[in-house]
Design a protein around this ligand. Structure first.
Ligand SMILES: *Cc1c(COP(=O)(O)O)cnc(C)c1O
Length: 466
């Protein structure tokens, strides 16, 4: 029965009347017929049931398990443009986009074309290739702080490498981060580290040595006084400050200009380095990343997600005199078998090229503000407290009154139970949102006005009944 309800779910946008609903029904029913008649379940549920016997929690990255909103995750069959389809054939407007990389639309035709061409030339060299230079020049050209760059294979790898570099350059060991900011899962960063960790109730992961955690200091986002206090208590010992220049891993939280300016001044005065972790914000907030948007130039920058166009790429870069400490130019060791992978470089180059075309960021800004304004209006119509924001193609909202300036605010005020009900109901309406109140949402170039209107209408119906 659940299957019929699920398959009868409204299909997104103008393709509502298209055959995806009917054609999807048959395999589902057959799959169900194959199991006990009383055990009516969806194909997504079946795949997840098996996955739980194969992977810890049934997933290969924790947030995917939907723990903080409850219920089973949907299991993906395919993605295209701003849409995803689950293995039961249901279609959704996708506001996660693989957590950011799908900014030019999933399975973009132009990206696919360069991938096919590169496939014929080989998927991995483990040796220098010209595409690395092309992507490096695009990054150096666009990102104000980057004079030299090193490609790696994930955001985690970029962040753990940049931390080693900050320590190598300053010959100091401590690092200052902010409560609720996520910088990948390296030991040093798993201290008060945002959504995945926070919503799982693992504020400090077991397995992180106490000595490592002790070298990680935390301050409060948007609170310069807390930063000054930490520096005063650790005089001459802090190698650098790392932050999300717009927070996405505690929900969407914007910095004040004064906060970023203050961090720039304090780090300079204290002989510490400033690193913007732009793994999420890079090439999303603006063509030159969040640092260009706010006009603050850090010493170092980490990148990921968008830069790989859907393939695994991360990068760190910054001032040349710092980057030249990295091996083999300098003594700080860091390496990777698949670093600069030609397939990933090809996808990254095409993605940044598309983002460089006139009107790209204007489109992101326009559809995202329309979406956020629509959701806020729908919430208010139904008497829900809500505070929301967006910059370019990144957005978020909390079910509470604002302002929310840091993770501590969000954790204390946001109605996570209401968010869980909202999330599940939106899923049933054909809208795929991040499965946590403490995750930002993402739009892409292929989201249309019709997709946004479809989403707002769904939100209006859902907010009336939750
Ligand atoms: C996603 C993310 C990371 C980690 O990147 P992975 O590719 O998942 O390892 C690091 N920092 C920020 C800000 C992120 O959003």
């Amino acid at each position: 029965m659940q299957v019929l309800n699920k398959s009868a779910r409204p299909v997104a946008g103008s393709q509502r009347a298209q055959g995806s609903r009917r054609s999807s029904k048959m395999p589902v029913i057959r799959a169900v017929a194959a199991v006990e008649k009383t055990l009516v379940t969806t194909k997504s549920d079946e795949v997840m049931a098996e996955a739980r016997t194969l992977f810890p929690g049934g997933v290969n990255s924790p947030v995917r398990a939907f723990r903080s909103v409850g219920g089973n995750p949907i299991v993906f069959d395919r993605v295209k443009g701003p849409y995803c389809w689950d293995v039961d054939g249901n279609k959704y407007v996708d506001y996660i986009g693989s957590w950011g990389p799908a900014i030019v639309g999933a399975a973009n035709d132009e990206v696919n074309e360069v991938l096919r061409a590169q496939l014929e030339k080989g998927t991995s060299f483990g040796a220098p290739g010209p595409l690395e230079n092309v992507l490096a020049k695009m990054v150096i050209d666009r990102v104000p702080s980057v004079e030299m760059v090193r490609f790696v294979s994930s955001g985690t790898e970029a962040c753990l490498s940049v931390l080693r570099l900050m320590r190598a350059y300053t010959k100091r060991e401590k690092v200052l981060k902010f409560v609720g900011c996520y910088h990948g899962h390296a030991d040093s960063f798993l201290v008060k580290a945002g959504s995945g960790v926070a919503t799982l109730g693992l504020p400090d992961s077991p397995g992180v040595p106490a000595s490592t955690a002790a070298a990680t200091l935390n301050a409060t986002y948007n609170d310069l006084e807390s930063v000054r206090e930490v520096f005063a208590a650790n005089k001459g010992q802090i190698a650098g400050v790392i932050l999300e220049p717009v927070v996405g891993n505690s929900g969407f939280i914007v910095p004040t200009k004064e906060f970023l300016e203050g961090l720039r001044e304090i780090t300079k005065a204290e002989g510490a380095l400033l690193c913007f972790d732009e793994v999420m914000t890079g090439f999303r907030i603006a063509k030159g990343c969040a640092q260009e948007h706010f006009g603050i130039t850090p010493d170092l920058t980490t990148m990921g997600k968008v830069i790989g166009g859907g393939l695994p790429v991360g990068a760190y870069g910054g001032r040349k005199d710092i980057m030249e400490l990295v091996a083999p130019a300098g003594p700080m060791y860091q390496a990777g078998t698949l670093s600069g992978n030609p397939l990933a470089m090809a996808a990254g180059i095409k993605t940044l090229e598309i983002l460089g075309r006139p009107g790209a960021y204007e489109h992101l800004d326009r559809v995202t503000s329309k979406l956020v304004d629509g959701i806020v209006a729908a919430a208010k119509e139904s008497g829900h407290a809500i505070t929301a924001g967006h910059i370019s193609g990144m957005f978020g909202f909390f079910f509470c009154d604002g302002p929310i300036t840091c993770y501590e605010d969000a954790a204390a005020k946001a109605d996570t139970a209401k968010f869980a009900r909202f999330h599940r109901a939106m899923l049933e309406e054909g809208v795929y949102l991040a499965p946590s109140q403490f995750e930002a949402g993402f739009t892409g170039l292929q989201h249309t006005d019709a997709d946004i209107e479809f989403t707002i209408e769904a939100a209006r119906r859902v907010l009336k009944r939750i």
